[in-house]
Design a protein around this ligand. Structure first.
Ligand code: SAM
Ligand code: SF4
Length: 339
């Protein structure tokens, strides 16, 4: 099943909650937030039913995210149910790692296939300045616990911010080697929630590569794997890392991802302003066929190229969504739609 630009429905990111135990300044910079009403959050039964519909239409990669997914009680129980669905080839979680030491082993036992842990700095004082919490040691313990499960393919996701952590790019790679985990450097995006975004804070892919080349020598670009958002590279010694350059080099042409918010709003693009409400029909009694039909029809009409459009429309100093709009509609928030 293809959208209007010939892109299949391949990956689904499911936000388990919009709540978070950090306040990263690139994601949640405001003092107050409008939270999703708890009664609106999808139950695990509802998430499983929706996921079944997506899998029947071609989705084979599922990622649990948020907000902080590990704040959702019983997340491992959901992992067990999703891992048991025939057709789910890859089941991953993106977490800030704060609660991971407690949950890593049970997540693996439940059938999670891969961990991605966000880590922007190796320095506790910088972590506290960025996230407004003092839980850097917990994140490092979470990464160690995830590595101790023996699951392969761990990723460390680092948003690179000029003047904040761009001097740690090489050190983070070194840290990744010790875990072991593949580090992915992410360009700062002006998605909803990033109300402090300015072009000056973005460290482009070319600059990340130049920094690493001057430290390690010539870098080799690896073949791109399918629709993966990261371009992958190798250092002269073979260490592999990734760069997600959605701000300066959008990859909308191959994007097969869509997102489900914790209250059942289906977004076909990270930059989408509106979505499709799947919760209301589900709670009104829509069966599997009706749900599949709604998703299929919507996907076939998809023409979103949010990052490409944003690159063309961006004028210096403007943010994508204002703080006032975010207060009116929490679905515009990065922590609500799931990164
Ligand atoms: N709380 C979890 C975490 O931090 O890993 C999962 C949700 S978080 C929204 C998912 C990813 O989005 C994180 O790696 C985070 O660094 C990234 N992110 C958030 N805001 C961003 C922004 N403005 N630009 C680029 N990446 C961003
Ligand atoms: Fe930070 Fe993730 Fe929480 Fe956003 S959702 S504030 S990126 S930990």
């Amino acid at each position: 099943m293809l959208d209007t630009l010939g892109r299949p429905l391949g990956a689904l990111r499911i936000s388990l909650t919009d709540r978070c135990n950090l306040r990263c300044r690139y994601c949640m910079p405001e003092a107050e937030y409008a939270w999703l009403p708890r009664r609106d959050l999808l139950s695990f039964d509802e998430i499983v039913r929706i996921t079944e519909a997506f899998v029947a239409l071609g989705v084979d990669r599922v990622r649990l995210t948020g907000g902080e997914p590990l704040l959702r009680a019983g997340a491992a129980g959901l992992v067990r149910r999703l891992a048991a669905l025939p057709g789910v080839a890859d089941l991953a979680m993106t977490t800030n790692g704060v609660l991971l030491a407690r949950h890593a082993a049970e997540l693996r036992a439940a059938g999670l296939r891969r961990f991605s842990v966000s880590l922007d700095t190796l320095r506790p004082e910088r972590f506290q300045a960025l996230s407004q919490r003092a839980t850097h040691p917990d994140v490092l313990a979470g990464i160690a616990a995830a590595a101790a499960t023996g699951l392969r393919g761990m990723k460390i996701d680092t948003v690179v911010l000029r003047g904040f952590n761009d001097d740690e790019i090489g050190d983070l790679l070194e840290f990744g080697r010790t875990v072991p985990a593949e580090v992915r450097f992410i360009e700062y995006m002006d998605v909803g929630g990033a109300t402090g975004w300015t072009p000056a804070l973005v460290v482009p892919r070319a600059e990340i590569l130049a920094t690493l080349t001057s430290r390690y020598g010539p870098i080799t670009a690896l073949d791109r794997t399918g629709s993966a958002p990261a371009e992958r590279f190798a250092l002269p010694d073979g260490t592999v890392f990734g760069i997600v350059s959605s701000t300066t080099q959008p990859f909308c042409a191959s994007c097969d991802r869509s997102r489900l918010t914790a209250d059942g709003m289906w977004l076909r693009c990270l930059y989408a302003i509106t979505g499709t409400d799947l919760r209301t029909p589900l709670r009104a009694g829509a069966g599997p066929d009706a749900l599949r039909e709604l998703i299929a029809q919507t996907w076939r009409q998809r023409a979103d190229r949010g990052a490409v459009d944003r690159l063309g429309a961006r004028s210096p100093g403007t943010v994508f969504v204002s703080a006032a709009s975010l207060r009116r509609d929490p679905h515009l928030e990065m922590h609500t739609r799931g990164g």
